[in-house]
Design a protein around this ligand. Structure first.
Ligand code: PLP
Length: 466
């Protein structure tokens, strides 16, 4: 058999989902036995399928079934010229516990690796309790900072532990970064659409905002450069990986350019990288990787990858370390040292890596199921994003068949709070968009209802609106 024939048989299995997305392919040796082919033919088969996007090679792990090349019906990403705006904090019901799984970006609670985390907690209690109940170091637990720095080294991301400040979650880290490098009234550039939690922090800290268009090709760097060079903005606040809600990641060249622009114009970039470790296919690098000048402040947390209740985040403060210490003093509020120590043990026990690989493949599976269901059941005027990481889908309802624009989707009438597109902007935009979290499996239940039934209800309601 020649490799195109083998490849087409494998492709058939992928398309019929006999080989589901994310599943590991047999080793080259097994493939040789299975099809009675040579090692060269086996290698050519996988390379061919990889070139077509059906397989992805992971270093030292082999080949995996990738996302289908179905990037039709993607939501549109409008282009516009940004305008600096004053924004007010918005009153939202932030009662997370009651929120339906579709509404808030998070994973299923029973994915939490309880036994392994309990073990890590026990270790901390058994060996270091007295120490952990004493005065914390103002940067956070030394051991955790060392552990995190070591953990990131495996993706060739080099972060000096002395640059790291432990915070109470990612938004707390963003707030710290913002206050360390900008002041009241300053204008900050963000990408559009922008995660509403970031807009809320900017509003609470009385910063002005300018949204810049972000498309499948990335951020509008031409507009950004004008703003940076003229001093009209004092910082940028961007995510570079698995942007919430768009689901895209910035191209590598843009990340490099952003780090260079930050240095050239001495204009800090605050990077919110909370989805950094939730890529299904590969581990992307942050802008911070290319930061030689210390003008990139890198923020993240374990909220999405492990659990929101952990409340451990970080800010790699770059050259703003002294300012960050002054902003945080005199309280130095941080998550309890016991939690910091448990997390450090959990990572050192190699349980975090194990947990991440399971979460990534479950998320990929969920994403494919939600997306497929929505594409099959919503009419063609609905567009759905195709993320390669993270937990959310971005849905656009295009103009209705009679060419009348849809009114703002009245999602509040649904039995669960889906995030409306207009929450992700300071402009009059995205009224016809909404965001749905797929962090819970469709086979799971919430408040006694199967999520699959809830999704069917949602689809019905969206169709009625269209
Ligand atoms: C982009 C982004 N940053 C930060 C957060 C919140 O992170 P944390 O709970 O660690 O503050 C979220 C939560 O949805 C998010 O989507």
């Amino acid at each position: 058999m020649k490799y195109p024939q083998v490849a087409s048989q494998i492709l058939g299995q992928i398309q019929q989902q006999a080989l589901p997305y994310g599943s590991k392919m047999p080793s080259l040796r097994k493939l040789c036995q299975q099809f009675n082919i040579s090692l060269t033919t086996a290698r050519n088969t996988y390379e061919h399928l990889e070139q077509q996007g059906w397989l992805v090679a992971k270093p030292r792990s082999g080949y995996f079934v990738s996302l289908p090349l179905n990037n039709e019906r993607l939501p549109s990403t409008p282009k516009f010229t940004g305008r600096i705006q004053q924004i007010e904090p918005v009153q939202h019901p932030w009662a997370l516990s009651d929120e339906h799984p579709f509404g808030y970006s998070r994973t299923q609670p029973n994915w939490f690796p309880e036994a392994a985390f309990r073990q890590a907690m026990k270790q901390a209690c058994a060996n270091e309790l007295t120490e952990l109940c004493r005065q914390p170091h103002f940067l956070g637990l030394d051991k955790l900072r060392q552990t995190l720095s070591h953990h990131w080294q495996q993706f060739e991301l080099s972060i000096d532990p002395n640059e790291l400040m432990i915070t109470t979650g990612c938004l707390d880290a963003v707030r710290l970064a913002l206050k360390s490098c900008t002041k009241d009234g300053d204008a900050i550039a963000v990408s559009s659409p922008c995660f509403d939690g970031l807009l809320q922090v900017l509003a609470q800290e009385n910063r002005r905002v300018i949204e810049l268009p972000c498309t499948q090709d990335g951020l509008d760097l031409t507009q950004l450069e004008v703003l940076m060079s003229s001093g009209a903005i004092k910082a940028g606040l961007f995510s570079s990986n698995h942007l919430n809600p768009l689901g895209i990641s910035l191209p590598t060249e843009q990340k490099q350019q952003l780090a260079q622009m930050a240095a050239k114009y001495q204009c800090p970039i605050i990077e919110d990288d909370v989805y950094f470790e939730l890529g299904y296919l590969q581990q992307p690098l942050p802008i911070k990787h290319w930061d030689d000048s210390g003008y990139v402040l890198w923020c993240g947390s374990m909220a999405k990858s492990l659990g929101e209740g952990i409340r451990v985040g970080w800010c790699a403060t770059g050259q703003f370390k002294q300012q960050a210490i002054e902003v945080a003093a005199p309280i130095f509020s941080q998550p309890p040292l016991l939690m910091q120590a448990a997390l450090s043990n959990f990572i050192n026990n190699r349980q975090y890596q194990r947990h991440l690989s399971s979460v990534r493949s479950k998320l990929q599976q969920n994403m494919a199921e939600y997306r497929q269901y929505l594409l099959q059941n919503l009419p063609d005027n609905f567009r759905i994003s195709l993320p390669e990481g993270g937990t959310v889908l971005w849905i656009e309802a295009r103009y209705s068949p009679n060419e009348k624009p849809l009114n703002e989707l009245p999602l509040k009438d649904l039995p669960f709070n889906l995030r409306q597109g207009s929450r992700f902007t300071t402009r009059q935009q995205y009224q016809n968009y909404c965001r749905i979290n797929f962090g819970w499996a469709l086979s799971d239940e919430f408040n006694g209802n199967r999520l699959h039934d809830d999704l069917a209800n949602l689809v019905q309601a969206l169709i009625e609106l269209g």
